[in-house]
Write a protein that binds this ligand. Structure first.
Ligand SMILES: Cc1cc2nc3c(=O)[nH]c(=O)nc-3n(C[C@H](O)[C@H](O)[C@H](O)COP(=O)(O)OP(=O)(O)OC[C@H]3O[C@@H](n4cnc5c(N)ncnc54)[C@H](O)[C@@H]3O)c2cc1C
Length: 419
């Protein structure tokens, strides 16, 4: 069986970038087909932090109230705890914005919310469980759509514009042979949960704990603690070889108030390894195809920028491309405009993240070469960065420059279906 669909825009991937772009274009009256290879949004340990920049965008779309009704945790500060004391790294409550906090909400709730909103637009079609497998190109190499597989079915979507929003392991980016500039951040992350206990006090900060040669962070998620442990790149096997008990002891030393919680960590299955990678495409497009979000630039997890950058890419793409898409005349110049508007922010943020990471590396290369060496000397690196608190607060909340939704998207346009 094969399915043939036509659309103004085919978006591959229903992560933050894909769903937001689909919603915006459908609001402008475009016919949009979104392909998502998973059958649901339930994936753990993804970017769950929604910064003020994104909530402002939702507000411009009239969606902030609905989003905040998801009851996200509100993080208002970032604090570092060292043997020398506690330091306020970022104070979001002092940033000038209507939403002076980071909203932490499971990514699947955020995606379900946006997908449900998009589904109210007649031009929006989301095919869950549909994995794009290849590009469809014409004799001149212009991308005219994608092939996909859905269960036993194969299909084709033909579209004026194809958008690859299929994340950091993008198939379409490979098929398009777009050149990638990869950097190799020298860290990986171990992510895990610890249960909350009734006596635990509520926290409205991300707490970074540095000491005993470890760097760990934790966040109050209401019914559990979300924790991360930074390790040198490739050190996961060494950490695992030392045993879960050694990790439990390290957590108890670095975050003593969670010492009586760590018994819940019993096997490595409870600990998710995030292989940290950062990269960016040198060119985000080729005729008929645009890459956005992690597909165009995988960000380091430091600073929690991934979701917000993906959303901002989608807004810029919609602002610039909705008209040409509706006219069915998208030029490479239009596509280049999206890259031009976004790439300096990506480069600058990756540079900022890399500066911080270099601090971790130099710490790791110190006298203590064990897997937890990062924490040993990270504090001075952080503390010595000039204006760190103000910069971190603003960048955490708003990114490097605000992105606004063009006024035309703020109300839905009902365009008669032409296909
Ligand atoms: C383990 C982990 C932890 C993270 N932690 C953080 C964090 O703490 N803070 C933060 O800000 N960011 C974090 N991130 C990054 C953040 O999740 C991403 O930056 C953000 O989700 C990017 O959005 P996106 O839409 O570009 O891509 P994604 O969210 O990756 O979405 C891509 C979508 O495309 C789908 N897809 C892939 N291939 C195909 C295909 N062939 N056909 C159809 N669909 C396809 C995928 O199933 C997925 O739904 C984390 C990422 C990972 C992997």
């Amino acid at each position: 069986m094969s399915q043939h669909l036509e659309a103004d825009c085919c978006i591959v991937g229903c992560g933050p970038a894909g769903v937001m772009l689909g919603l915006l274009l459908a609001r402008r009256g475009a016919d949009v087909v979104v392909l998502e290879k998973h059958t649901d949004f339930l994936r753990d340990f993804r970017g769950d932090d929604i910064a003020a920049a994104t909530i402002e965008i939702l507000d411009e779309l009239g969606l902030a109230e609905g989003f905040l009704a998801l009851s996200p945790r509100r993080v208002r500060a970032v604090r570092a705890h060292t043997a020398g004391g506690t330091m306020l790294l970022a104070d979001l409550s002092r940033v000038r914005t209507k939403f002076p906090f980071v909203a932490v909400v499971p990514q699947w709730d955020f995606l379900s919310f946006l997908a449900a909103e998009a589904a109210t637009e007649p031009g929006f079609r989301l095919l869950m469980g549909a994995a794009a497998t290849d590009l469809v190109t014409n004799d001149d190499g212009v991308v005219e759509g994608v092939r996909f597989r859905r269960g036993d079915e194969e299909g084709v979507v033909r579209a004026t514009l194809t958008v690859a929003a299929d994340g950091r392991t993008s198939v379409l980016r490979d098929r398009a042979e777009l050149p990638v500039h990869a950097t190799a951040p020298p860290i990986d992350m171990m992510l895990f949960r610890l249960p909350r206990q009734p006596t635990d006090a509520d926290e409205d900060a991300i707490n970074i704990h540095l000491g005993g040669s470890w760097a760990m962070a934790r966040l109050d998620r209401g019914d559990y603690w979300q924790a991360a442990c930074m390790i040198p790149k490739g050190a996961a096997d060494t950490v695992r070889a030392a045993g879960v008990d050694a990790l439990r002891r390290a957590i108890s030393e670095v975050m003593p108030d969670l010492a009586d919680h760590v018994g819940a960590l019993e096997t490595w299955d409870q600990i998710h390894l995030l292989s940290v990678q950062t990269n960016r495409l040198r060119r985000w497009y080729r005729p008929g195809l645009l890459c956005i979000g992690d597909c165009a630039h995988a960000m380091s997890p430091i600073g929690g920028t991934g979701v917000n950058f993906a959303i901002q890419d989608a807004v810029v793409a919609a602002n610039r491309l909705a008209e040409p898409i509706l006219r069915r005349a998208v030029t490479t110049r239009d596509l280049a405009g999206v890259q031009r508007e976004r790439q300096w922010q990506v480069r600058a943020m990756q540079l900022l993240q890399s500066r911080l990471t270099k601090g971790y590396v130099s710490a790791a290369e110190g006298a203590n070469r064990g897997p937890g060496a990062i924490g040993q000397r990270i504090a001075p690196v952080l503390l010595n960065l000039p204006g760190f608190c103000a910069l971190r607060s603003r960048v955490t909340a708003l990114g490097l420059r605000r992105v606004h939704v063009a006024p035309e998207f703020r109300t839905a346009v009902r365009r008669p279906r032409q296909r």
